[in-house]
Design a protein around this ligand. Sequence first.
Ligand code: F6R
Length: 588
Amino acid sequence: MCGIVGFVGNVKAKEVIVHGLKKLEYRGYDSAGIALNIDNDIKVYKAKGKMENLEGVLEGKELDSNIGIGHTRWATHGEPSDVNAHPHSSESGDIVIVHNGIIENYLDIKKGLKAKKIVSETDTEIVAHKLNENYNGDLLDTLKRTIDEVRGTYALVVMHKEVKDEIVLAKKGSPIIIGTSEEGNIIASDIPAVLKYTNKIYILEDGEYARVTKDEVQIFDKKLKLIKRDYIEVDMDEKTAEKDGFDHFMIKEIHEQAKVIEKIVNTKKLEKVKTNIKRYNKIYFVACGTAHYAGLIGKSILDRNTNAAVFAEVASEFRYNEPKIDRKTLLVVTSQSGETADTLAAVRMAKEKGARVLSFINVVGSTIARESDEVIYTMAGPEIAVASTKAYTSQVMTMILTFSKMFGKAVDVVNESKELMMKFDNVLDIEGYVKQLSNKYKDVDRAFFLGRGMDYNLAKEAALKLKEVTYLSSEAYPAGELKHGPIALIDDNTLVVGIMTDERLYEKTISNLKEVKARGAKVLAIINDRNDLVLDVADDVIYIPKSQGEFNAVLANVPSQLFAYHMAVAKELDVDMPRNLAKSVTVE
Ligand code: F6R
């Protein structure tokens, strides 16, 4: 949440920072801002809304500076506005900062401040004033002494107008990396912001500080002792974070899924898994949102293959449900970003109580990946659209392969995966038809997704996808549960989507679809079989190829992804950056 970019080097800072912020816009787009040191004077430019507004403000301005910081915001303290936008300055304007995270004790710090003029409602501005009061000519030491007074989470990046060749930063709980290139050094919340210039990355750990000049990146521990750290070279380039001729990242990422599956199958079949699942009698799948729904598929695999008690919970509730964790507990975590605050908190709690943590993570080197006992990378590549598509598929696929190895069934699964790759292209062929359906149903008032068994798990992900990109009220229900209340909402402008991949359950789900049809609903069926009963009830049917067990979760999810995407396009909404959302949720 919130994207930070800082630059010091040999080229114009404005270009590097604006480019980087555009790449990080998925992290929040309530406002954006930039501060540049121009001849020992700090100039700050901000705009409410997306980066294009900030670019409008900057247009035509000859800003000759090789050092600056920038920010794209997802609002926590204070509404989205110009004044609440980062960077925030001290009263004198000498110090300027950008921040990702939450300063929990900012009201206490505010009480003791000498500054008279506090202009925003943000927690961050308070830290800018505090830094100014603590300033002693050594910017890094000033930052450390200020951080000693702060409670909360932060990636905090600081510039001073008199120190025009260095940027200092501190990290706890929010990600920050530093890319090193010929053009200079680039600080950023995430790797896509620096890929145009470099793939050589330093990763900062919690409690660490850094001093960045154009020629040097110095990393310090919590006592400001210099640490020797080498950069890592990431296996990504700028192209993987481009739209590649597609109109939006979301549809590009939906189409990339066949390649992602292929890469996963080819790589994972060779990888050894260290976790011995037989040692655990309790297994918790913990994650948020789409990643949680992928975890539900993992749970269904383990339910069938182990004697352990298997649970799946959303991370934000997990800690409060008094889970019984001990050394015989395995926590299985799914996360695209590897930074989700609630998921990370669950990992830390479970580890403290002696559980082993096995995680399925996309972003290499992210905090959860680093803190897990074993990490299986899900290899989806950068996912830029806020609505997750290929990350879900990659999580389900890596879990299928990893668990099958644990149960000695790897060979069968690899063969089945190869078939899946072919079937996947057939599913994408239905895009034209799904687009027609989206145009037909774009004006419905609400949608329900129904399923039984694993199809109910698919319904949850399908309903989430539709609501986040179209803003339609869209809910998932176990097909048999609707008549216990929610059926009251059904009318002739309600769309009900029945998901059916398990032939043992077709008839029952179809009966439930008949109940809503009788009350006026429009019925769309997603099914992996030609079936007369379904033709009798559904207004429209999307057929998908039949597959084995949990592989159905990979295939049957694609029509729902395409449907959500084309509905959002038909409604002329911002598909890649839906309102109020951010890609990486680093606050609890
Ligand atoms: C929905 C979506 C979110 C994320 C959730 C967890 O499309 O993307 O629900 O799945 O915020 O994020 P990660 O996977 O980064 O932990």
